[in-house]
Every structure is written in C-alpha cells, then in structure tokens.
Design a binder for this molecule. Structure first.
Ligand code: CTP
Ligand code: MG
Length: 230
C-alpha cells in the first residue's frame, strides 16, 4: 500500500519572529522546508510527499520543493496546525483506508532515515505511531504557578514527528475532532488518542537531532547540525 508523507509548513513562526515563516529560513545554505522534504523524498519507503504551506507563501514553497520528484502537491494550510493536518487529510480523501500516512513538522529539518525507518516499522503492527525521546529535564505539571503533579521522569518522553497512521484511522479521528466545538490539540496522535481512545499508539525512539526549530537559539543549533552533515 502507498505511503504518503505530509510535510506541514503552514505556520508563521511567531516565536521565531523572523518576519517570515521560519521554514523558509536557510540553514547550511538550504531552506528548512527543503531539508525536511528532502528526507522523505530520499527515503525508499515513501512514495509521495504532500506539502502544506500557508496561503501567503504557496509559490515560494512550490519553487523550493520543485527539485524533489516525490512531491505531488503543495496545498494551502489552515489557521492552526490541526487545520493544516485536516487540509492534508482532505487532499487525500480519495485514497484507500490502508494508505500509510506520515505527518511531519516542516520545522524539523534533521529528521533522518533511521527515524523514518522506525516509524514505518511501527506501522507494521499498529495503526498509530508516535516518536519520542527521553527528557533530560524533569517535567512537572503546574497549575496557577504551583506544582500540581510530578510524574516520574522515566515514564515521560517528548514527542517529535513524523507521527504515522493508517489513513482510515487518522481520518476517522479527525472527523470526530472537527465536529467537536471544544477541539484542542497540538499534534495528530493527540487527536487519535482523544477521539479514538481504543486505538493503541506505539512510541518509537526519535533523535535529539530531530529538534523543532522554534526559537532564535534553535537556528544557531541548526547551523551546527547542518555543518556536521555537509
Ligand atoms: N503548522 C502548520 N499550520 C499551522 C501552524 C503550524 O502547518 N497553522 C506547522 C508549522 O509550519 C510547523 C509545525 O506545524 O512546521 C509545528 O508548528 P510550530 O513549530 O508551532 O510552527 P509555527 O506555528 O510556525 O510557529 P509559532 O507557533 O511560533 O508561530
Ligand atoms: Mg505554532
């Protein structure tokens, strides 16, 4: 069955504050968006790449990803990440339920083949796959400025992307989510977990290099990582 990678680049990069979407910034001489797309384009297990871009930069994105032959479409995203994922799922409406779909943050340009391999392997046994890395910091739940809960660090991971799904499963979860006026989510596994709670989500190991370029400091780190790769 076909495997489609969705690269989400619909955000505006408010926290980066670069005056343009952060995925258009170059690191190591290449735009972040191009690096993310290149990883999936080069992976032998991926058949097709779908790029979701914010409305104002569709042409920039199309020009940037033109060299990658697996990119079939560059579509317009929505106001939230969830809306951008939903737009991608709508663009895949005619695909069979057993299509494999990987949903990736364009802002993670250092996703590499081993991470994608582990995600695809996870999909062999499960309908939903997340990528996590252990946290070196202790993570606590805070409420009103006070510690509310301290889950043991060994039981916590930080999620990265790509998250992978059987298309029929993530599609059903989104149908339920979009009908919920109280919808709140930060990622696609969050939507499956909330709206299809009986679907087990396996967690495979990510990579510290697979950081999400979010704040200006991340550009400094990204330049170092890009220099290591070249
Ligand atoms: N994203 C998207 N559509 C949106 C918002 C986010 O496709 N409406 C994408 C971003 O482009 C990014 C990924 O989702 O690749 C993760 O989002 P985030 O890191 O929050 O990026 P931004 O929303 O652009 O940044 P910020 O929250 O600082 O504005
Ligand atoms: Mg955001």
């Amino acid at each position: 069955m076909a495997t489609v990678a969705v690269v989400l680049a619909g955000g505006i990069g408010q926290r980066m504050g670069a005056g343009r979407p952060k995925q258009l910034i170059e690191v190591g001489g290449r735009p972040i968006l191009a690096l993310s797309v290149a990883a999936f384009d080069a992976h032998p297990g991926v058949d097709e790449v779908l790029v979701v871009m914010n409305a104002g930069h569709l042409r920039d994105a199309a020009a940037m990803v033109a060299p990658y032959r697996k990119v079939t479409r560059v579509i317009e995203g929505g106001d939230t990440r969830t809306a951008s994922s939903a737009a991608a799922l709508r663009a895949l409406a005619d695909r069979p339920d057993d299509t494999r779909v990987l949903i990736h943050d364009a802002a993670r340009p250092f996703v590499d083949r081993p991470v994608i391999d582990r995600v695809l392997a996870g999909l062999d046994g499960y309908e939903a796959v997340a990528v996590g890395v252990p946290s070196s910091d202790t993570i606590v739940e805070v409420s009103g400025g006070m510690v509310a809960a301290m889950p043991p660090r060994e039981s916590l991971v930080r999620f990265q992307t790509p998250q992978a799904f059987r298309l029929g499963t993530v599609r059903e979860a989104y149908e339920l989510a979009l009908a919920d006026p109280a919808l709140r989510a930060t990622d696609d596994c969050g939507i499956v977990h909330r709206y299809l709670p009986d679907v087990p989500i396996t967690v495979v190991l990510g990579d510290e290099r697979n950081l999400k370029v979010t704040h200006p400091l991340d550009i400094v780190i990204a330049e170092h990582l890009a220099a290591e790769d070249s």
